[in-house]
Design a protein around this ligand. Structure first.
Ligand code: SF4
Length: 290
């Protein structure tokens, strides 16, 4: 397989074959994100993808899951994306699931019919970064949508029949706006009802606009205790049924459960961790000092 590094995938796609249908992210403006800032966005042409998919079928016919990368391949025009998904299924006899990264803009740009057609042909799971439900934080981080559009985009995906796996970032409101960040994030999550909800912890990467703000003192990094308080508040406020995970490499405490069913147990774990978490800044590796 020919990959243009770096390649990212969600932790739950660790056993999937990755098909890099696009290079980079068509948005590429989020102030906290450095994932694709070395790449110029482009959709890979059929001359490259067609033979690659045929090769997968010949050399890895046992593959059950394919993950389509890079940052937001749902941006691909629907007829071309349908062709990619159909060719994957027709070449890989054991294929059961195709998943993809998407931005809210990608979903807003597609019609309901287009999304349903993609779902019917076997694109089953969408991973999407909500990051925050707070309009101020969304604006500051240049996510490209407000909370209303975020809800609309995600509901569109669920209504079309997709499984929706979402991510939010603890600490993204900094020290000054953490409460609003979490209250509004829970509000948005409750309006969406995602099947999965992952809470990551903010890590500031060098050479990002957010890193510059941290260095200038314009963004106050959250403390470790604050991150735990954010996690507690989020778990308290999420009312919709969702599989909650906070077990990313960035997280200070690894927890998970089905909300709201397991809320009491999860809160108990967070509470005991809070008692031993210092009111100290996040370690230097969280602040862009690698
Ligand atoms: S949309 Fe996602 S991949 Fe693209 S810049 Fe924002 S966080 Fe990064």
């Amino acid at each position: 397989m020919r990959y243009e590094e770096p390649v990212f995938r969600p932790p739950s796609e660790a056993r999937s074959l990755i098909l890099q249908a696009t290079i980079g992210c068509s948005h590429n403006k989020c102030t906290f994100c450095s994932m694709y800032n070395t790449k110029r966005f482009r959709v890979r042409p059929w001359e490259e993808l067609g033979p690659e998919i045929e090769k997968i079928g010949r050399e890895y016919p046992f593959v059950k899951r394919v993950f389509i990368a890079d940052g937001d391949p749902l941006v691909i025009e629907t007829p071309y994306l349908l062709k990619i998904v159909e060719t994957l299924y027709s070449n890989i006899p054991s294929l059961e699931r195709v998943a993809i990264y998407a931005t809210p803009q990608n979903l807003l740009d597609k019609t309901e019919e287009e999304l349903k057609a993609l779902r019917e042909r076997g694109l089953k799971l969408i991973y999407l970064g909500i990051e925050s439900g707070d309009d101020e934080v969304l604006k500051e981080t240049r996510k490209g949508v407000d909370s209303k559009q975020m809800v609309e985009a995600c509901r569109k995906a669920i209504n079309a029949g997709f499984t929706l796996s979402t991510m939010v970032i603890l600490g993204l409101g900094g020290r000054d706006r953490w409460r609003e960040h979490i209250i509004n994030t829970a509000r948005v999550v409750n309006a969406i009802g995602p099947h999965y909800l992952a809470a990551l912890t903010l890590m500031v990467f060098p050479r990002t606009p957010l890193h510059i703000k941290v260095q200038k003192g314009e963004f106050k990094m959250p403390t470790m205790r604050q991150i735990m308080e954010e996690m507690r508040l989020l778990v308290e406020l999420v009312e919709v049924p969702t599989i909650f995970r906070s077990n990313h490499v960035s997280n200070l405490l690894s927890i998970g459960g089905t909300l709201p069913r397991d809320r009491a147990v999860v809160l108990q774990q967070i509470q005991s961790a809070i008692q031993t978490t210092p009111e100290a800044p996040l370690p230097m590796e969280y602040q862009g000092a690698f």
